[in-house]
Design a protein around this ligand. Sequence first.
Ligand code: SAH
Length: 348
Amino acid sequence: MIQQIEPSVTHKPLVGASLTELTDWVQEHQQPTYRSQQLHQWIYQKGARSLTEISVFPKQWRENLADYAIGRSKIHYEAKAVDGTIKFLLQLSDGQIVEAVGIPTEKRLTVCVSSQVGCPMACDFCATGKGGFTRNLERHEIVDQVLTVQEVFQQRVSNVVFMGMGEPLLNSDNVLGAVKSINEDIGIGQRLITISTVGIPGRIQRLAEYHLQATLAVSLHASNQALREQLIPSARQYPLTALLDECREYVKITGRRVTFEYILLAGLNDCEEHAIELADHLRGFQSHVNLIPYNPISEVDYQKPDQRRIQTFVNALKNRHVAVSVRRPRGLEADAACGQLRASKTGG
Ligand code: SAH
């Protein structure tokens, strides 16, 4: 049975709160306004895990704050891959487990955050979808993932990608609230934040209306409707042409280009004809294709294409003037790579 770890969380958690919200909170506690700046700094810069450790607060007040949860999740498990990627299983206040991944490169530290516990989309190639859906994450549970990676790596996070467990656009309010906090409170530029979605009818356009500077990535994965339906059950309710139209609208409203993610499954969607078909859809489209060679999961027997096939696909797109890159898998042996995230320690 899942253990209840923080039964005393009866107050709204403070992680994810803006300086203005913290000021209100401090005033409710009859404390001077400058305490909100201290609180903000301790939560977002120093990574405080409890209010009682904020040593600049008067001792007597701190004692009264023992019942207030800051809203940090507990690190339940962490696994480090040889490339330095660390996968975290985080335990939420109701005992649920969610994954976050810290991915270091020479110049960057990227966090792959989850937006839901599990995922209802059930894409056939994705481990998260195999476990079903439990619930949406709250704003503070998303922001916490960034703070945790910052704390463990002892380094500022530079990029955040919503590519962990869950479908962000099914939890838009909390995701948008978290993006705002990650941007304004933690201090990560919006352009360095990417929201990845499989596409939910009407939601991409709604997102556009917020005029975010964050990057939108759309999991296309197929060059025609029949193939897409085979891989992504929700595609049945959302024709490829309608999805692409909505993406075009997004570009028009925001002026930002869209990234299309395309998983490469050997013999299935990785032929040159697929690349040509894809290029036809994207002609004149302000976009970029990010190819993701399939990362293995235990439930299905898809294969990753070999290097030669990947290169043929890349060249076919390049020859048709489609901007393209290939995603390097990170954290594979820790089951931390794209699509391998599930709320357990291994993929077995
Ligand atoms: N729900 C969001 C975020 C999912 S994870 C979305 O669908 O975009 C981020 C990316 O990893 C998505 O493009 C997803 O389709 C891809 N992915 C899922 N399983 C994968 C696997 N086994 N190998 C490679 N990429 C995978």
